[in-house]
Ligand binder design. Structure first.
Ligand code: ATP
Ligand code: MG
Length: 419
């Protein structure tokens, strides 16, 4: 509850050492602090450090206004229109994001884009309460190396609980993407979801349909990159969210247990590759994610005179997805799926149309093929060719023997006496 004194954990009582903090993030924290400002590490970085993990990025919050931050750092750029953030750039493209403490905008402020952004600045406490879940709202104070907890995040971290800050109902209505974030963190960390945080997701899941499709595509890319896509998708299904996010394809995966059972082990393979640091392309991952659906469409055959690729593309474009997949990527997914279907046919018939190798999506299709048929995604360039040749070695040999070579045939004609 807002208004209470925070729990403060002194340096001796927690495991975060400055050695574990990115040296550039430390530089930023110290420069702000030495210039008289509050400077805290916040969000995923504090959460991950407390769990003994290496954070993906190090975000900083301060009471310095964006303009003041810019004056302190030559390598600083201000971004964002409504909420100005400072991006401090370092070698190798590294960016440390510095935000000014802010409060949750009130309803009037949220609707009115032209309201003075200065009214959104807040106290450290307000900044903690505007965040999504308790374990993401912990501060690490560079002044005395303590952890400051306004929201009960330390307790939840110890117990393994994902809990929305404030009223889940209100927070989901304000920003439905928070439901996605709850499930993401539960899947990544293997945490349970607090009861009200969980119950309200089921009641509000349809709100996701009204969110920005481009923003949700970015969220999906984060889960693909994290190596926990399978876990997040499993929670989407458990919470009945697949239709809201992926339209007809989502409904198919939600309702069809057989298709779902086919998909889960495939996502496991994709996740293993991402976690090993050699991820499949996002387009290949999406092709695999949609494969059980695409396969049944392709198997249903093209309409008379129609072509399968066009049919699949039309259905994919008209699937009513709330997540906006860019057009070019949808076209790529369609092409890859059609080549995979041809590969499956080749495996059965022993006949492959090798001219497909010239298609731009052949290499992607070859890898997708190995994931869906062999449950493997090693780094081999063209696993399909190998799998096909291993399976059809003899068939090829037989065919060669039967058909006389062109030169033998010509020789026979030449040997024939002219009549
Ligand atoms: P990751 O490890 O994926 O980076 P993260 O918790 O750092 O996880 P970010 O997306 O980097 O997540 O966001 C940084 C912080 O901003 C979060 O920890 C959270 O405190 C806050 N935040 C992000 N999205 C929201 C949101 N929709 N509503 C409220 N707070 C949010
Ligand atoms: Mg982060």
């Amino acid at each position: 509850m807002e208004g209470r004194a925070p729990v403060v954990l002194k340096r001796a009582d927690h495991p975060i050492s400055r050695r574990d903090i990115d040296p550039d993030a430390l530089k930023v924290l110290y420069r702000l602090y030495r210039n008289g400002f509050k400077a805290y590490l916040v969000g995923g970085a504090v959460r991950d450090l407390l769990m003994g993990k290496r954070p993906k990025d190090f975000d900083v919050v301060t009471d310095a206004r964006p303009g003041q931050v810019k004056k302190l750092f030559a390598n600083c750029m201000l971004i964002g229109r409504r909420f100005r953030l400072a991006h401090i750039r370092f070698k190798g493209g590294k960016i440390i994001e510095v935000a000014t403490f802010r409060k949750e905008p009130d309803a009037q402020c949220a609707e009115n884009e032209s309201i003075d952004p200065n009214t959104s600045f807040g106290t450290p406490e307000q900044d903690a309460f505007r965040r999504d879940i308790t374990i993401n709202a912990l501060f690490y104070d560079i002044a005395d190396f303590s952890i400051i907890d306004y929201v009960g995040g330390l307790d939840d971290l110890n117990k393994g609980i994902v809990r929305m800050i404030g009223s889940p109902h209100n927070r989901y209505v304000e920003d439905p993407v928070r439901m996605w974030r709850v499930l993401r963190h539960a899947a990544r960390l293997g945490f349970s979801i607090e009861e009200e945080t969980s119950r309200e997701i089921v009641l509000h899941r349809e709100l996701l349909c009204s969110c920005s499709g481009a923003r949700m595509f970015e969220e999906l890319n984060k889960d693909i990159a994290s190596g926990h896509l399978g876990g997040v998708m499993a929670l989407f299904r458990e919470y009945g969210m697949l239709p809201s996010l992926f339209g007809k394809i989502g409904s198919f995966l939600q309702e069809n247990a057989g298709a779902w059972d086919t998909l889960l082990p495939l996502l496991k393979v994709v996740d293993e590759r991402a976690r090993a640091g050699s991820p499949l392309s996002n387009e290949s991952t999406l092709t695999i994610m949609f494969w059980p659906w695409a396969e049944q469409i392709l198997q249903s055959g093209a309409p008379p005179g129609g072509d399968k690729m066009k049919m699949l593309q039309d259905v994919l474009f008209d699937s009513g997805m709330a997540v906006t997949i860019p057009k070019a990527m949808k076209a790529g997914i369609t092409q890859t799926a059609c080549i995979v279907e041809r590969m499956l046919y080749a495996m059965q018939s022993g006949r492959m149309k090798w001219s497909l190798k010239k298609r731009s999506r052949y290499a992607d299709a070859s890898v997708v093929f190995s994931v869906i048929t062999a449950g493997r995604a090693d780094k081999e360039k063209d696993p399909f060719s190998r799998i096909f040749r291993e399976a059809h070695h003899e068939a090829q040999g037989r065919r060669k023997k039967k058909r006389p070579s062109r030169s033998r045939w010509r020789r026979r004609r030449e040997e024939k006496p002219a009549s």
